[in-house]
Design a protein around this ligand. Structure first.
Ligand SMILES: Cc1ncc(COP(=O)(O)O)c(C=O)c1O
Length: 390
């Protein structure tokens, strides 16, 4: 079977994980900090906090940014459910603005219209769809104008670059950026996430909330009189100062992710070559086109999404997916627009209010794209689509 996406593991990864297993420290050990430092250095940011998943990272980011009860945050309808769910976990209210049909990212124009019409929006969560960065300068301008904070959902975008060439995660135009290390992502930790920021107070709060709200680093005690016995500081003393979570990640996961990070440029470069070949092949097809054609050099190429005109071919999307599966090619759809999910419909959203997202959704199909996809396999995918898209 040729899946739509998968991770690549080599002997160095296995050795890195084995080292942790032999070391006697499975969690809260040196691999976590080493991975945090490596990501901070790679993306060019002051602070990085590793967490148990991208979803956990988004939840903490929303909480720390104050997107709590009565506060609204606006995001894209074309994303994984975790983006908007994290706002609900924090007690806030998610909203959506439609996508730009050429980039499949949150449209800056639609965002501005939403901000003009609703003065209660306090947060914006751009999602760098498939690793193609959003227009962060326009988004930051809108955020400044309407007094909103920006949290980047960069689950797809480790290794991607903004228009000015700087790396996603550097938080030049945002308060925080969140990555995911789920196996189909740029690098794999099994499960895992990272929040980056340049703000020390945000960093300290993320550290506390990741581990039950217990004081970290040199946080001052709120009840210092409890921390001493007979005037001697009690070595066991700690304070839970707010309600936090167990969103910690293990050293086993971080050792794997750190080993993977060393290969990220090679991973992205191979994906980019595969994308170029797909783009060139599909330019000759009549009934389909790449969903994101522009700015190919900057994207992290998490997915390869085709937009197929199903009105012009004999097969429906389900029939096409089944025919491809029979031929051992697995495809997927990213994503069902969030306002169409029953849970979000019950909150009052209507997918018809986001027509660019709906139109994109009716045509989208993610086809295989991953580091280990061979030239021969890719040729087979292209040839099979050539036969079926008629
Ligand atoms: C856009 C987006 N945001 C957030 C997440 C959540 O990340 P995780 O699976 O690490 O919790 C995902 C994961 O698929 C995603 O694609």
């Amino acid at each position: 079977m040729i899946p739509y996406g998968r991770h690549h593991i080599d002997e160095d990864d296995i050795e890195a994980v084995s080292e942790v297993l032999r070391s006697g420290v499975l969690t809260q050990g040196p691999a976590v900090e080493a991975f945090e430092r490596a990501i901070a250095e790679y993306v060019g940011v002051k602070y990085a906090v590793a967490v148990s998943s991208g979803t956990a990272g988004l939840h903490l980011a929303a909480l720390v940014a104050g997107i709590t009860e009565g506060k609204k945050l606006i995001t894209s309808p074309i994303t994984f459910v975790a983006s908007a769910n994290s706002v609900l976990y924090a007690g806030g209210d998610p909203l959506f603005a439609d996508i730009d049909p050429e980039t499949i990212n949150l449209s800056a124009d639609k965002l501005n219209i939403a901000l003009i019409n609703d003065s209660e929006i306090r947060g914006i969560m751009p999602v760098h769809f498939s690793g193609l960065t959003c227009d962060m300068v326009a988004i930051a301008e809108a955020a400044n104008k309407y007094d909103a904070i920006v949290i980047e959902d960069a689950a797809h975008a480790l290794g991607a670059k903004y228009a000015d060439g700087s790396k996603v995660g550097s938080c030049k135009n945002s308060l925080m950026t969140v990555f995911s290390f789920h196996p189909v992502k740029a690098i794999a930790a099994g499960e895992g996430g990272m929040v980056t920021t340049n703000d020390e107070n945000i960093y300290r709060r993320l550290l506390r909330l990741r581990s039950h709200g217990i004081n970290k680093l040199n946080d001052p005690y709120e009840f210092p009189q409890q921390s001493v016995e007979n005037s001697i500081p009690s070595p066991w003393y700690y304070e839970m100062q707010e309600l936090g979570f167990n969103y910690r990640i293990t050293d086993i996961q971080c050792a794997l992710a750190l080993s993977q990070l060393k290969k990220i440029e090679k991973f992205i470069s191979r994906r980019r070559d595969l994308v170029r070949r797909y783009n060139s092949a599909f330019s000759e097809f009549e009934n389909c086109r790449p969903a994101q054609e522009s700015e190919c050099e900057r994207s992290a190429h998490h997915l390869y999404v085709l937009r197929i005109d199903f009105n012009k071919i004999k097969l429906s999307r389900s029939e096409l997916m089944l025919e491809l599966r029979v031929r051992k090619i697995i495809t997927q759809v990213h994503y069902i627009p969030l306002p169409a999910q029953p849970y979000y419909r019950k909150l009052g959203f209507n997918p018809e209010d986001y027509m660019c997202s709906q139109e994109y959704y009716s045509q989208a199909l993610s086809i295989p794209l991953y580091y280990d996809l061979s030239d021969e396999q890719q040729g087979y995918v292209i040839q099979t689509l050539r036969e079926l898209l008629v």
